[in-house]
Design a binder for this molecule. Structure first.
Ligand code: FMN
Length: 330
């Protein structure tokens, strides 16, 4: 088993779960971790929101034992707020604090936070220094490769973050202007890896064991993290783990897919602060992702978007299996 140490945490060198706001919440992270994700990160949390006592922000800081090692990810662009928030989140005992310098959303970048920090490396470095001074645990940075094509600055930016005290970097191989389109530039990730001494986690377009292995080979990254390819597919982590360890792996059967979907929905209902009739809405997109690739997927996915109870999800799973279950071998 090959291991790697990221900011003092030693994990198997397979794949971590990438942070995903609105997607990778406690139930999602727990299932990915169970299936082999070696580390997890919270959804991004507003440093200012925490300081102003937003209940929503505090709820995002909760960590359950199964999700560890887990980073809490803060966003903001004011070193004072970052420092206060970094101090506040110590109460949740995160394994790491990660600073978001990659979010492309207009509401975030308009304030100068998220990926807009790549345009202000001095301010970004001040945020890192402030977090490091306030935190008992290592501080890491998640970045893109620049703001736009004309201002790609991944290497000098990464060096500045290292100099400011970042203990590791996650690099999503796209500029802010690309949002999530086009192909992630793995050469740019490789250039960062070659330039810094701290560990680098590669992010962008790893979709299966073969592409994970390719990212390791082409970038030299210390670890890989996976976002969208884990939608309705926590097995991607067992697939990658098995492949890299040279073990056999088989894809989940339709029955296993539906069991996982129902477990995921039960976890969403249990974990939510909302009444079941509202919480089930949070389950709809996840349910639809478990249908991907199945026979009749389009129609089943459409049904997911109107799910209004757990019992309805059970009936949906039964119907899915009627058309997707492999014939029994006699
Ligand atoms: C729905 C969604 C939400 C995301 N939220 C965050 C976030 O809160 N913090 C962050 O650093 N990156 C966030 N990302 C970026 C991912 O962590 C990742 O870098 C990106 O999706 C590329 O990896 P992938 O091709 O494996 O999805 C988000 C991505 C998606 C698709």
């Amino acid at each position: 088993m090959q291991t790697v140490t990221i900011a003092g945490i030693t994990v198997e060198r397979t794949a971590a779960l990438a942070p995903m706001a609105g997607v990778a919440d406690t139930p999602y992270r727990t299932l990915c971790k169970r299936m082999g994700a070696v580390m997890t990160t919270s959804e991004m949390i507003s440093a200012k929101g925490l300081c102003y006592d937003s209940r929503g922000s505090a709820a995002l800081c909760r960590i359950t034992p199964e999700e560890r090692p887990m980073a809490l990810q803060l966003f903001g662009n004011e070193p004072d707020f970052i420092a206060r928030a970094a101090r506040m989140v110590q109460e949740y005992k995160p394994d790491l604090i990660d600073l978001n310098m990659g979010c492309p959303v207009q509401k975030v970048t308009a304030q100068g936070a998220g990926s807009a920090l790549m345009k202000t490396p001095d301010l970004a470095a001040a945020c890192v220094r402030a977090a490091v001074a306030a935190s008992d645990v290592p501080v890491t940075v998640k970045m893109r490769i620049g703001w736009d094509e004309q201002s790609r600055n991944a290497v000098p930016f990464a060096l500045a973050m290292e100099e400011a005290g970042a203990a590791a970097l996650t690099v999503h191989g796209r500029t802010r202007s690309q949002l999530y389109s086009g192909k992630a530039d793995w050469e740019a990730i490789a250039a960062v890896k070659a330039a810094v001494r701290i560990p680098v986690i590669g992010s962008g377009d790893v979709t299966d064991a073969a592409s994970c292995e390719a990212m390791y080979r082409e970038t030299g990254a210390d670890l890989v993290c996976i976002g969208r390819a884990s939608y309705g597919n926590p097995w991607i982590f067992s697939e990658i783990g098995a492949h890299l360890r040279g073990e056999d792996w088989r894809a989940p059967t339709p029955d296993e897919r539906m069991e996982m979907m129902l477990l995921h929905i039960r976890m969403i209902l249990q974990h939510s602060d909302k009444p079941p009739a509202l919480a089930i809405r949070e389950a709809r997109k996840h349910a639809s992702w478990y249908m991907t690739g199945g026979r009749g997927a389009a129609a089943f996915r459409a049904r997911c978007y109107t799910l209004s109870s757990y019992e309805e999800a059970e009936r949906l799973a039964e119907d899915f299996l009627l058309v997707n279950r492999e014939p029994q071998q006699n």
